[in-house]
Design a binder for this molecule. Structure first.
Ligand code: SAM
Length: 265
């Protein structure tokens, strides 16, 4: 690893503390029966920890300059793929796995949100995501209704499963030291949670509800979502429509969405 040219554009802040790395893998509940996907191998510190617990690991790394060092680790149950995991179609990523799998990663900050959405919305084989994210993102993921961090990410993760912060991690644990602290979040996926709700439609609805945070549901659903105001009033009523999106919890949103679906557009 000596002489590696750390690339900010790839979010390269590496971990080295073995206790922390083992703790992350334990937070993920990885056992010898598990297939694990890692995104962002870096110098392979977390990959090595995962490989000690898992049956198999597939680890993606965008930076080809790390290839030599990663292959030199000689991890027998691990396959390294030197490609952009965000651009790679999910079906091609999942070809590497026999069945269900767990994602464990110290994520590059710039792809955190799109990556979470990619797996939530497209995969029916991922069981959990245990990911190191910026503290601010961890707060958004685990926020409660009414809070400033509460929004699309919070609701869509709760829609697909449940999330907890398993540990807070000081910025000092990374090299190079970033400007912010981090946290490990574990998201357990429960695909049966809202079996009867059209997932794509619900996601569009939530994005519309929060499109302008300061506006009421009436404004966001009529302008962004294109539903006639009179019809909205008939179906949802003034009590709901005069509130802002941040005032509703997931279960309330699901009920509102079901009612909205009865409107012909
Ligand atoms: N896992 C290592 C660790 O914990 O020390 C490195 C974590 S570092 C925060 C993120 C890693 O993701 C970097 O090595 C970076 O090059 C890689 N990366 C960034 N964007 C990527 C992408 N789109 N696909 C795959 N890897 C990516």
């Amino acid at each position: 690893m000596s002489g590696h040219n750390f690339k900010k554009k790839f979010g390269q802040n590496f971990l080295t503390d073995k206790n922390l790395l083992d703790a992350i893998v334990r937070d993920a509940g990885v056992t010898e029966n598990d297939e694990v996907l890692e995104i962002g191998s870096g110098a392979g510190a977390l990959t090595t920890a995962i490989s000690n617990y898992a049956k198999r690991t597939v680890s993606f790394e965008i930076d080809k300059e790390l290839e030599f060092d990663l292959l030199a680790l000689n991890l027998s149950n691990t396959t390294f793929i030197f490609e952009d995991a965000l651009k790679k179609p999910l079906g091609d990523i999942e070809k590497y796995f026999d069945g269900e799998y767990k994602l464990v990663a110290n994520l590059p900050y710039y792809i955190t949100t799109p990556l979470i959405f990619k797996f939530l919305e497209e995969s029916d084989r991922i069981r959990s995501m245990t990911i190191m994210v910026q503290k601010e993102v961890a707060d958004r993921i685990t926020s409660n209704k009414g809070g400033k961090d509460y929004g699309v990410l919070t609701i869509m993760i709760a829609f697909y499963g449940s999330a907890t912060i398993t540990r807070n991690v000081s910025r000092k644990m990374f090299y190079p030291v970033p400007n912010v602290d981090s946290a490990v979040v574990r998201i357990d996926i429960d695909r049966d949670k809202f079996k009867d709700v059209d997932k794509k439609g619900f996601s569009q609805f939530i994005k519309a509800c929060f499109s302008m945070r300061r506006k009421t549901l009436l404004n966001n659903l009529s302008s962004g979502y294109g539903v006639d105001k009179t019809k909205l009033h008939d179906v949802l009523g003034a009590n709901i429509l005069s509130k802002r999106a941040e005032e509703f919890d997931l279960y309330e949103f699901v009920e509102i969405y079901k009612k909205l679906k009865t409107i012909k557009r």
